[in-house]
Design a protein around this ligand. Structure first.
Ligand SMILES: NC(=O)C1=CN([C@@H]2O[C@H](COP(=O)(O)OP(=O)(O)OC[C@H]3O[C@@H](n4cnc5c(N)ncnc54)[C@H](OP(=O)(O)O)[C@@H]3O)[C@@H](O)[C@H]2O)C=CC1
Ligand SMILES: O=C(O)C1=N[C@H](C(=O)O)C[C@H](O)C1
Length: 265
């Protein structure tokens, strides 16, 4: 499978380059980064001391020329630019980027009618299994338990709450027949009044090199239940992304997520 990586010099881009180079069924076909990035023109394996023959470029057409799948961990505006190019060329797209608006998500859905697109705010198998546990827990604790979602990430993360925390909130809200948009409370300060039981609270921690921790708390009277996932390596996200790429390589146009890949639907 011929794979291009967008955000090639980023934290996830580098994990993905290493994962693709080490996967016997994958070959690196392109490495993209944004105009002005200092790594442009360098071999994308230089950080590993490996010569891949693939230079990092900001030329989207050149990076996609011989690629079957593009894996994108960049920023929403970058992803949308790559999405349009992939849809025009029929190149499949794996989206790991987070922080999309509702309008941007609709744009992704529309492009997925032309080419296979996979999107998940968290590529780890563990988080996606936890999503299912959360649906069950939310139904079981639907009365008398307050729901709070706490996430912690490294100091360089630029979006909050994390895409995963928001997806956990969506999963819990859906299981309860609520709309997250109507019930989410993002942080608290000052005289907040007593807690409205229908709300789903979010708290964000940013610091150091935390890779990604997520806890959903169901707080009742006399007990509380916490369902926690902690990532200890970005390699999990890279392996999940390759799994998604293999899935797309065998799929027609459509918008897919980890439930499709793991057969959880
Ligand atoms: N789904 C999942 O499992 C995971 C998702 N993520 C998400 O992936 C994204 C990237 O995370 P991370 O690798 O840590 O971030 P980094 O900042 O380390 O990397 C982002 C890369 O994208 C480049 N970039 C920035 N803006 C654009 C643009 N407009 N067009 C193209 N490329 C651009 C950056 O270049 P430059 O440095 O020059 O700005 C950089 O190379 C985030 O949204 C994060 O939340 C992260 C981990 C797991
Ligand atoms: O930016 C990160 O690092 C991560 N982002 C994703 C998110 O926003 O949920 C996934 C993971 O938690 C790491």
């Amino acid at each position: 499978m011929r794979i291009a990586i967008a955000g090639a010099s980023g934290r996830m881009g580098r994990m993905l380059i290493e994962a693709v180079l080490d996967a016997p069924d994958c070959a690196l076909a392109g490495a993209l980064d944004v105009a002005g990035n200092p790594q442009l023109g360098q071999d994308c394996g230089a950080f590993l001391g490996r010569a891949t023959g693939v230079a990092i470029t900001d030329d989207v057409d050149a990076a996609l020329a011989t690629s079957q799948v593009l894996i994108d961990f960049t920023r929403p505006e970058g992803t949308l630019r790559h999405l349009a190019a992939c849809a025009d060329r029929g190149v499949a797209l794996v989206i790991g980027t987070t922080g999309f608006s509702a309008e941007q998500k609709a744009e992704i859905g529309a492009a997925a009618r032309r080419t296979p697109v996979f999107m998940s705010p968290n590529m780890s198998v563990g988080v996606n299994v936890v999503m299912r546990l959360l649906e069950q827990a939310a139904k079981a604790f639907s009365h008398g338990y307050d729901i709070e979602i706490i996430e912690a990430h490294h100091r360089n993360k630029i979006d909050a709450p994390s895409g995963t925390a928001l997806a956990m909130g969506e999963a819990v809200a859906k299981a309860l027949g609520r709309k997250l948009a109507d019930n989410a409370v993002f942080g608290r300060e000052g005289v907040t009044g007593v807690r409205d039981p229908s709300t789903i609270g979010f708290a964000t921690v940013r610091g150091g090199d935390i890779i990604g921790d997520h806890t959903v708390m169901f707080a009742g009277i006399g007990e509380r239940i916490e369902i926690t996932h902690k990532s200890s390596s970005r390699a999990t996200y890279a392996q999940g992304s390759l799994r998604a790429a293999r899935f797309l390589a065998q799929s027609g146009p459509g918008l897919y997520d980890m439930n499709d890949v793991l057969g959880l639907n």
